[in-house]
Design a protein. Structure first.
Length: 108
């Protein structure tokens, strides 16, 4: 059976790659074919595609981050089964202060 893997690039980076510099050049198609949980899938499943969703990183905190991300995206594009889908990331200020909840008294 044909299988397509969907990857959230930000979650992948912050949960798996940020503290593992050696893994930052990860081929996500190869990873998806070798996942430990793969045993739960039917062996007839074949990864035919990977959809990688991400957005451009800001260079405000780490100035070299945007060029490094571009190099990684260019490397992913060399794998024909991987398609990259760019989104947008919105930052917003907190708009409500923390409210102290009312104290409840038990009747009895």
């Amino acid at each position: 059976m044909r299988t397509i893997i969907y990857v959230d690039g930000f979650n992948l980076y912050f949960r798996l790659l940020v503290n593992r510099p050696a893994a930052k050049w990860l081929n996500i198609k190869t990873l998806s074919e070798r996942l430990p949980d793969r045993a739960k899938f039917d062996p007839a499943n074949v990864v035919t595609g990977v959809r990688y969703y991400t957005t451009r990183v800001s260079g405000r905190i780490v100035p070299v981050a945007p060029p490094r991300q571009q190099i990684y995206l260019d490397a992913l594009r060399t794998v024909p089964e991987i398609s990259i889908h760019m989104g947008s990331f919105l930052l917003s200020e907190k708009f409500a202060g923390l409210v102290k909840p009312p104290e409840f008294r038990l009747r009895g």
